[in-house]
Design a binder for this molecule. Structure first.
Ligand code: SF4
Length: 140
């Protein structure tokens, strides 16, 4: 795929790390080849929900394909419902739960919605977090 993109002179981006499935299961993770895991660049924010969004086949719009809840029912609310996505994005991207107060946030490359999926999938900590032990969930 890389060579194909280069042959056509196209910009491309490679996602080497496999994510848990959207249902929070770990099905895809055992097929991850550790030698191809990449350290993600520190997460410094994302425009998801502000300049882009994701829509599933049922017309539910979310900030991206990872952070699917809360979502907006486009069939019921129509395009004006999309205006809610920026607020939803700000809430979802804020460090919370086990990431609350983490002093390593500045060097963490995993966005909060992705952390939530990894946690639900009970993925090995090393695939998404810099800590050796899971941190306690904290509600705010
Ligand atoms: S290092 Fe771990 S606990 Fe800290 S922000 Fe990243 S995922 Fe959360």
């Amino acid at each position: 795929m890389r060579r194909l993109a280069e042959r056509f002179g196209l910009r491309h981006r490679e996602y080497a790390n496999i994510s848990p499935t959207i249902h929070g299961g770990a099905e895809s993770l055992p097929s991850q080849s550790p030698q191809f895991l990449r350290k993600r660049a520190p997460f410094t924010g994302c425009d998801a929900g502000h300049t882009s969004f994701h829509v599933d086949p049922f017309g539910r719009a979310s900030i991206c394909k990872i952070g699917r809840e809360p979502s907006v029912d486009l069939v019921r609310d129509g395009p004006p419902g999309l205006l809610r996505l920026s607020g939803i994005s700000d809430d979802l991207l804020r460090r919370q739960g086990g990431c609350t107060g983490c002093t390593l946030q500045g060097t963490c490359g995993t966005c909060m919605p992705l952390v939530q999926l990894y946690r639900r999938a009970k993925a090995p900590l090393a695939t998404y977090c810099q800590h050796q032990e899971p941190r306690k969930e904290v509600s705010q």
